[in-house]
Structure formats: structure tokens, C-alpha cells
Design a protein around this ligand. Structure first.
Ligand code: SF4
Length: 393
């Protein structure tokens, strides 16, 4: 992986394209995504092509180092649409020769033809939403595919020549036993993907799962013993076991939920945690440009009327930038580098955060070296609590 510097202009620059369509809505999902007709999808691609063209002139002094087609399920689009979008990006932006170009795709929506077109237009990384190797779990989650469907897609992807594949996995499912989870994880590891993202299930409002397990989730939040969801202790055990199993299999944890073989860390996602600039295109897509955060409209009807105006624009002042640098940076296992903090803000990390660092370090939650500050093993278990301490008054 190339060097990625934090910060201020001479850094990586990512483009995110949101494709808000899925074959069906999963029962746990609160992402901006829904099923749509082929006609709507085609209209959407047409509008997105126009957005790329209209927005690009403002970014001619930047070199794009990562492109990420996310969703939703980008692989529900006709592959020709993805190729057109990629061509449009290359025609209007300066894309570096070694850019990481990722597409999220779901089993059940991939074909040999689609994969060949992705490869042909320069996509060099696939992120596959498998979630579990257990068919009962996939059914419970409301996924449209079985493990066998996934296996077929994965093998097709390898045959097409994809050498950088991420698998998304969900842990902590209702009624899941630790042994079942481990069995599923081991089955997926035998395929030797280059990267794994392992997230604990969150019960989000507005989802089917919220109606089914919302009460249970509240009990857990309040420190009680849930009936159907795993307890906090079981969740922690699952996370520890995941880290250990992946380490044995040659993956290092480089972010709280992300694991990679050496050199296969996600350049695009590292950009988010390092506060590098990114431009979001498509429905609801968020951007961070020159310390301004904004997003596109979340209303599909408005977007399809070519509404590309920035919404909820927020200028992040120096205090906000420092806070974000710490709580996003601490998500990385290497932590936040002190020299980088000084380079960006002209003040030492100790000057701003000395008291918090000392308190957290004496509680065994942070580790401080001459070079950086990072979460300890115990700190990783309560990462949200530690990160919150870096909010300035
Ligand atoms: S495939 Fe992904 S984005 Fe689509 S509904 Fe399922 S979880 Fe949500």
C-alpha cells in the first residue's frame, strides 16, 4: 500500500459513488437503499453521469487515489452502467494509475459477464457482502442468497482474476452461539480472502430487526441480560476470538472492525479514518472537502431531477478537526501519530489532550509512546467510551 499522509491537501483523495438499490431489503438494514425498477436504475445512472461531469471541474487540482462504488448493492446495476460511470470518472477526474477501485457486490447479483466488465473497466477490488457462511443465519438476516450462492460468486470472481477481495461479516446475531459463529468464520477463512470487515450486529430503528429485537437491545444497553441477542460479555468474547482466529490465519487487525493481509488494507477506508478528503456522488452521499462536511439530497425524486446542491453543510473549525482526528484516528490500531497532529495543528497533542491521555492511560485504556497514542487491548473493548473523552468542551 502506498503511503497515506494525514491531512492538508497533498494527500489521498477518494471518490465515493452511492448506488441506492438492492434486490430486497435485509431485515437489519437502515442504509439508504431500496429495490427499484430497471427504468429507475437507468435514470439514476444517467443523472449520476451528469453529476460527475458537473462536479469534476472544482477538483482538477486533486489526484483521485481511490474510487468506491457503495450502496445499496452496486452490482444490481447493469454492468454497462458501472463501466459508463467509471469511464466518466476517468474522463473528468485525474485518476492515479495505482488507484484502488472497489465495488460492493452481493452474492445472487453477480454474473460472469458482470465480473468481466468490472475487470475490464479497471475495478481492482471487490467487497462481497457474505455476512455468514450459515444458511439459517442468512435467512434470519433476510439475505437473498445462500452460502452456496456466495461460493459460486466468489469462485467466479477468482476465475475472472480478482486478487483483492473483501468479505463483510456480521457477528452477534440473535440466538447465535459462539461455536456457530466460529464455524462460519473458519469456513470463510478457508477461502483466503485478502480482507475481512467484521461488524457486530446493530439493532437500528426503523428496521424489521428493531421491531423484533429492539426491546432486547435496550435491555442490553442498560446492562441487563438480553433474551435473544448475545450479552455484552458474549459479544466481547466473539470479538476476541475473531481477532485471535484471524491473527492465526495471517490477517492483522488494522482498524477496530477491519483485518487484512499485509498490503491489502483498504486505502479508501483509511482515508475516512485519517480525514483525507473525499467527494461523495449520488443519492445522500457525504463529502469532506477543505474541512467542510456536506451531503447530497436523500430524496430520490429530487436527485433524479438533477438536484446536486450540498445539504447540511458544516464548516469544521480547528477544535472540531482535532476531535475528529482523535476519535477517528483511534479507530486505527496504530493510533494517532503525534508528529502528524503537530504538523496539522501547530500544537502538540499533549498540550491539547495531556490530561485525557494521562487519565485513560492510567486506567489501562490507552497506550502512549514517543510517536503515537493508541487504544490498548482493554481500550478496544470500550472504544466508544475512550473516543468520547476526546471531545473538547
Ligand atoms: S444488501 Fe446491504 S444495503 Fe442492501 S438491504 Fe441488504 S444490508 Fe442493506
Amino acid at each position: 500500500m502506498s503511503e497515506i499522509r494525514n491531512g492538508t491537501g497533498d494527500t489521498d483523495f477518494g471518490i465515493y459513488l452511492h448506488i441506492p438499490f438492492c434486490a430486497a431489503k435485509c431485515r437489519y438494514c437502515d442504509f439508504l437503499s431500496a429495490p427499484a425498477s430497471e427504468e429507475t436504475k437507468e435514470d439514476y445512472v444517467r443523472v449520476l453521469l451528469q453529476e460527475i461531469k458537473e462536479k469534476a471541474p472544482a477538483y482538477q487540482n486533486r489526484t483521485v487515489t481511490s474510487v468506491f462504488f457503495g450502496g445499496g448493492t452496486p452490482s444490481t446495476l447493469k454492468a454497462g452502467g458501472i463501466a459508463d460511470l467509471m469511464d466518466q470518472i476517468r474522463a473528468h477526474f485525474q485518476v492515479s494509475a495505482d488507484a484502488e477501485i472497489t465495488i460492493e457486490c452481493n452474492p445472487g447479483t453477480l454474473t460472469r459477464e458482470k465480473l468481466a466488465i468490472y475487470k475490464g473497466c479497471g475495478i481492482n477490488r471487490l467487497s462481497m457482502g457474505v455476512q455468514s457462511a450459515d444458511n439459517a443465519a442468512l435467512k434470519l438476516l433476510g439475505r437473498i442468497h445462500t452460502y452456496e450462492d456466495f461460493l459460486e460468486s466468489f469462485e467466479l470472481a477468482r476465475k475472472t482474476g480478482f486478487k483483492n477481495i473483501n468479505l463483510d461479516i456480521i457477528s452477534g446475531l440473535p440466538m447465535q452461539k459462539e461455536g456457530d459463529y466460529e464455524k462460519s468464520l473458519k469456513k470463510l477463512l478457508r477461502l483466503r480472502p485478502e480482507h475481512l470487515s467484521v461488524y457486530s450486529l446493530l439493532i437500528e430503528e426503523g428496521t424489521d430487526f428493531y421491531r423484533m429485537y429492539g426491546e432486547d437491545a435496550k435491555i442490553r444497553e442498560q446492562g441487563g441480560e438480553p433474551k435473544l441477542l448475545p450479552s455484552e460479555e458474549t459479544e466481547r468474547n466473539i470479538v476476541h476470538r475473531t481477532v485471535a482466529l484471524l491473527a492465526e490465519s495471517g490477517y492483522h487487525q488494522y482498524e477496530i472492525s477491519n483485518f487484512a493481509r499485509n498490503g491489502k488494507e483498504s486505502r479508501h477506508n483509511l482515508g475516512y479514518w485519517r480525514r483525507n478528503e473525499y467527494l461523495g456522488l449520488g443519492l445522500g452521499a457525504a463529502s469532506l472537502i477543505e474541512n467542510r462536511r456536506f451531503h447530497n439530497t436523500r430524496e430520490l425524486t429530487d436527485y433524479l431531477k438533477y438536484d446536486f446542491s450540498p445539504q447540511d453543510e458544516e464548516v469544521i473549525d480547528k477544535k472540531g478537526q482535532m476531535e475528529e482526528t482523535m476519535f477517528l484516528g483511534l479507530r486505527e490500531i496504530r493510533g494517532v501519530e503525534k508528529a502528524e497532529f503537530y504538523r496539522r495543528f501547530g500544537v502538540t497533542m499533549r498540550n491539547v489532550y495531556g490530561k485525557v491521555i494521562d487519565e485513560m492511560a492510567s486506567d489501562g485504556l490507552l497506550l502512549e509512546t514517543e510517536k503515537n497514542v493508541r487504544l490498548s487491548e482493554r481500550g478496544l473493548d470500550v472504544a466508544n467510551y475512550v473516543m468520547a473523552a476526546f471531545l473538547l468542551d
